[in-house]
Design a protein. Structure first.
Length: 170
């Protein structure tokens, strides 16, 4: 790397990090910072939160303050981490109709996501899945468990069949 302030080249050893972006890691971060990680934020706050979150993603324990300082000077590596976090990690896609819920802008905290896992009977092992994959599974469960309203014609036919069956028993 080139240190522009001192106008010298810095020879630094390459560091390989192994990270996990999951509900588990977000939960650990939120325990310390007591604010939602997945909330829309101003750019400077988002970057600050990301840099403070990276050590919680660390699986092997290689990330310390020196690594974070290097990441601040290395936007390419930081972008790779953001790309990893934003990648879908699934082949599932949704139509625009399925993907949007007008008027529902929920802030997802770790506890809200754990609630959805419990309510949808998703095993706790999934807390270590990539967060986007887990969110997709929660979304799929919501769609599959959402009872669709029948049309008026179908409802009338259904009631007529029930009434016919009841009359037959009498």
């Amino acid at each position: 790397m080139f240190d522009e302030i001192n106008q010298i080249f810095i020879d630094e050893d390459e560091i390989e990090i192994d990270i996990e972006h999951s509900l588990f890691t977000i939960s650990k971060w939120e325990e310390v910072y007591c604010k939602p990680f997945l909330k829309d934020k101003p750019q400077n706050e988002a970057e600050e939160d990301l840099l403070s979150y990276i050590p919680y993603m660390d699986i092997k324990g290689n990330i310390d303050d020196k690594v974070i300082e290097r990441l601040k000077r290395d936007p390419e590596s930081l972008n790779k981490i953001v790309e990893y976090m934003n990648a879908p990690h699934t082949a599932t896609t949704f139509s625009k109709k399925q993907n949007s819920r007008p008027g529902k802008k929920e802030i997802y905290t770790a506890e809200v996501l754990y609630y959805y896992m419990i309510a949808m009977e998703i095993p706790f092992e999934c807390e270590h899945w990539h967060l986007n994959k887990l969110m997709t599974l929660i979304h799929v469960c919501g769609i599959k468990n959402d009872p669709k309203k029948m049309s008026k014609k179908d409802t009338a036919s259904h009631y007529a069949a029930l009434n016919k069956a009841r009359r037959g028993k009498m």
